[in-house]
Write a protein that binds this ligand. Structure first.
Ligand code: PDD
Length: 285
């Protein structure tokens, strides 16, 4: 079965899906995106993703390409046409096609693209195996709170991780504080047992998975703090993990080649992973 994508009003074979060379997304990274996971055919936490997308568009003054209701229908149609049971749906909105000029064009003709792809289903055991990460200097811009397609800093760091045989890289600011991963949020369980993730500011993306983990933690009476933590604190932590739409909750076993705690999947990480799985299942009804 060939993949079908949505491009500016048309459902087209994925291999033939294309946009104009003067699309501002292509020329200036002038656009925003969302990635939503699909579990048993259902988009997970769709409302929260739409809230964040709305904010991203507003922050960049990019017009809605279609209304929210139409967007929701298009996204579900792409999932349906690709017969996705487990996987992701990707949506991107750019400021559209205009003669190249850094300042915004006068007209609004935002471009809207949706793709979907199958991925292996959520697997508690596999996710429980854990991953290794490296750290790298924070080199990104000062609006990491916007989910923009401008991701070169993230790409450079992810490639560095890949070359080191690692799954992810955590960005470290000049003062030694960790912001987040290249495609995920960062969490630790400190030596004193405090569950910590960085507080929301312009330095991180407010992950939807991050928010869901905080929700399930609250529901299960697990306390957590939202505050900046340092690389030093992370290296002496009992546990660490990352969270994202595509990675769910992934325990971190080594940071820069040094084991976190005993170098095994920690109990709190495993618990939160399991609660996150329940959170996904609860949306299937
Ligand atoms: N990345 N921080 C960054 C920089 C991210 O790119 C992502 C997600 C997250 C986690 O956000 P969420 O829980 O909403 O997925 C944090 C997506 C998955 C991506 O770019 O593919």
């Amino acid at each position: 079965m060939s993949r079908i994508s949505y491009v500016n009003g048309h459902y087209v074979p994925h291999h033939a899906a294309s946009v104009h060379i003067e699309d501002r997304g292509y020329q200036f990274s002038d656009g925003v995106y969302e990635v939503v996971s699909i579990h048993m055919g259902k988009p997970i936490d769709m409302d929260s993703h739409m809230v964040r997308l709305t904010r991203s568009l507003e922050e960049l003054e990019i017009a809605w390409p279609v209304c929210l209701r139409a967007m929701d229908m298009i996204i579900r149609e792409v999932i349906r046409r690709n017969r996705i049971r487990d996987g992701i749906v990707y949506m991107q909105i750019t400021r559209g096609v205009a003669t190249r000029n850094h300042a915004f064009p006068d007209h609004h003709n935002s471009a809207f693209v949706v793709t979907a792809k199958r991925l292996p289903p959520f697997d508690f055991d596999a996710a429980n195996k854990g991953v290794n990460i490296i750290t790298t200097p924070e080199i990104r811009w000062q609006r990491c709170d916007i989910k923009t397609i401008s991701l070169l800093g993230n790409c450079l760091a992810k490639e560095k991780a890949r070359r080191a045989g690692c799954y992810e890289a955590w960005f470290v600011e000049d003062d030694g504080m960790i912001t987040e991963g290249t495609t995920s949020n960062s969490w630790i369980v400190t030596a004193n047992g405090e569950l910590v993730t960085r507080d929301v500011s312009n330095t991180i993306l407010n992950g939807i998975t991050r928010l869901s983990i905080m929700k399930v933690a609250k529901e299960n009476n697990i306390e957590f703090s939202q505050r900046a933590f340092s690389l030093e604190e992370a290296k002496s932590a009992k546990e660490a993990f990352i969270s994202s739409t595509t990675s769910f909750v992934k325990p971190v076993l080594n940071i820069d080649d040094k084991p976190v705690g005993d170098g095994k999947v920690g109990p709190l990480s495993a618990k939160l992973l399991s609660y996150y799985g329940d959170h996904m299942k609860a949306q299937l009804a």
